[in-house]
Ligand binder design. Structure first.
Ligand code: BGP
Length: 500
């Protein structure tokens, strides 16, 4: 079938980063410590056994606080975006980005989370970042919380488990709206809010050994985030009724291991508990029926304040954003245990899919399935705000990175996006993860790279930090210039690189 171009004229092409994985300068201008500054790099750790990274204990936090260095804690130095943002944003503009997704580091603006007024130096920095984005005629998509809550709130309140954190977050978000509310058309309240269940510490700051009932605290923390998202949506609408507030999850597209009805039911439950619970609350505005049974059977009793029900109902998300990297497989068999890694969680192996070097299962068709599933269920605009391949890029003798494997990954996913658009899905845009190499969220490695731009830095933080355009840079430039019509990887793309 001859395909005509189906990407809407105003489709928002772009790329994404997060503050804690790029900025560095972790104490500069009176910034406070964030949960991300505790995230350590361990060269001995098995790449495909990431559970250890997710299990942050009080002892790990204490050790991190006593160490002021950055070597073991790469998110503290990032890729120096704090000082190189002009160059990095210019590179995005050169690729033709229409939108640039970045996050604001909460602990930079409110170093302990408890201050009554924001740190002006931090706001000034983000002001400069926004000015640079505007200078290049891009629009900003700002994530308010991307795994960067002040560590002080963990130590004092066990993170979001405590209701008081809702007000502190509100104060933080309100300070952003007051300063930037007229300049930012798209916001996301919480990055991958379902991470609260899978990578709890970095998402909600809840530490298992501080909890009497960990599962209870995990869900209570998520409930507080739902309420906080609703409250700030209310505030944003007062300040700028044209701005849009999105919710976001890490999409765990899940298949049944077999056609056995037990496995299919398990798939349904995983979909409900791990994905739809979050989007049902944030898009439909109420807790879904299936969670009542889950909570009852798992002894979870969520404390609701009088205002919560109305807040959730009245201030739902304007659009549904999600990250998509992999698909998962599930089974009801008690002996079936996860055999491969994935974004934030592990999964059974899918014999029909290939995996990245980190065990993440590559499934472009799952993206079309996901887009249709979400749109069927909610009929709100969707936004793919993360999609990309983590790979170990090795520069050749000329110092160039010819990352055809990344082009192949993105190309296949965009082909499925195109199919979904033909299916009739309403999709606002696509921000690839990531515009530039950055420190891995899951493992704090530098060698797990996602960017269109290579950054000369190794896992220990050594390197010139020089930025170099990869082959995928030129490919993506062509994709955007053709508004998604030309997804091919041609010799020409390659020549542009080698002639540099
Ligand atoms: C998502 C996060 C990102 C990003 C990405 C890739 O969960 O929102 O911050 O890093 O996953 O994950 P990783 O860096 O662990 O490969």
């Amino acid at each position: 079938m001859q395909k005509t171009n189906v990407f809407p004229k105003d489709f928002l092409w772009g790329g994404a980063i997060a503050a804690c994985q790029t900025e560095g300068a972790y104490l500069e201008d009176n910034s406070g410590l964030a949960v991300s500054d505790v995230s350590f790099f361990d060269p001995k750790l098995d790449r495909q056994d990431l559970a250890k990274h997710r299990r942050i204990t009080s002892e790990i936090i204490e050790t991190a606080m006593a160490d002021t260095g950055t070597a073991r804690y790469p998110k503290r130095h990032g890729v120096d975006f704090y000082h190189r943002y002009k160059e990095d944003i210019a590179l995005c503009a050169e690729m033709g980005f229409k939108v640039f997704r970045f996050s604001i580091k909460w602990s930079r603006v409110f170093p302990t989370g408890e201050e009554l007024t924001p740190n002006q130096a931090a706001l000034d920095f983000y002001d400069r970042v926004l000015t640079e984005i505007e200078k290049h005629h891009m629009i900003p998509l700002v994530t308010i919380s991307h795994f960067e809550m002040p560590l002080a709130l963990v130590n004092r309140y066990n993170g979001w488990a405590d209701r008081r954190v809702v007000d502190m977050f509100y104060r933080y978000a309100d300070s952003l709206f007051a300063r930037f509310g007229q300049r930012v058309p798209y916001w996301i309240s919480f990055n991958e809010i379902n991470a609260g269940r899978f990578s709890t510490f970095k998402s909600t700051g809840v530490v298992e050994d501080k909890s009497a009932n960990y599962l209870q605290d995990c869900y209570q923390a998520v409930h507080h985030q739902f309420v906080a998202a609703a409250k700030i949506t209310k505030r944003l609408r007062e300040i700028n009724p044209n701005a849009k507030m999105g919710c976001m999850i890490a999409r765990f597209t899940t298949y049944a291991a077999t056609s056995k009805p037990d496995d299919v039911l398990q798939m349904m439950l995983d979909e409900q508990h791990d994905n739809f619970f979050y989007t049902d609350v944030m898009v439909r505005g109420a807790y879904p029926h299936y969670m009542k049974r889950f909570f009852a059977e798992n002894n979870v009793k969520i404390a609701w304040a009088a205002e919560d029900e109305a807040l959730l109902k009245n201030y739902t998300a304007d659009y549904l954003a999600f990250s998509y990297y992999v698909s998962n497989v599930t089974s009801a068999a008690p002996e079936a245990s996860a055999t491969t890694e994935g974004n934030l969680r592990s999964s059974l192996k899918n014999p029909y899919l290939e995996s990245s070097a980190w065990g993440w299962q590559i499934d472009p068709k799952g993206l079309r399935y996901t887009l249709n599933t979400f749109y069927d269920r909610y009929q709100v605009p969707l936004f793919i705000v993360e999609n990309g391949l983590g790979a170990e890029d090795v520069p050749d003798e000329k110092g160039q990175v010819v990352d055809t494997y990344r082009i192949d990954y993105l190309q296949k996913h965009l082909e499925q996006v195109r199919e979904a658009l033909i299916d009739g899905v309403d999709l606002l845009g696509y921000t690839a993860w990531s515009s530039i190499d950055l420190v891995s969220s899951g493992t704090s490695e530098m060698s797990k790279r996602y960017g269109f731009v290579y950054v000369d830095q190794d896992d220990e933080g050594h390197g010139s930090l020089m930025r170099t355009r990869k082959a995928s840079f030129y490919w993506y430039q062509q994709v955007i210039a053709s508004n998604g019509e030309d997804l091919s990887y041609s010799k020409q793309t390659h020549v542009a690189l080698t002639e540099l």
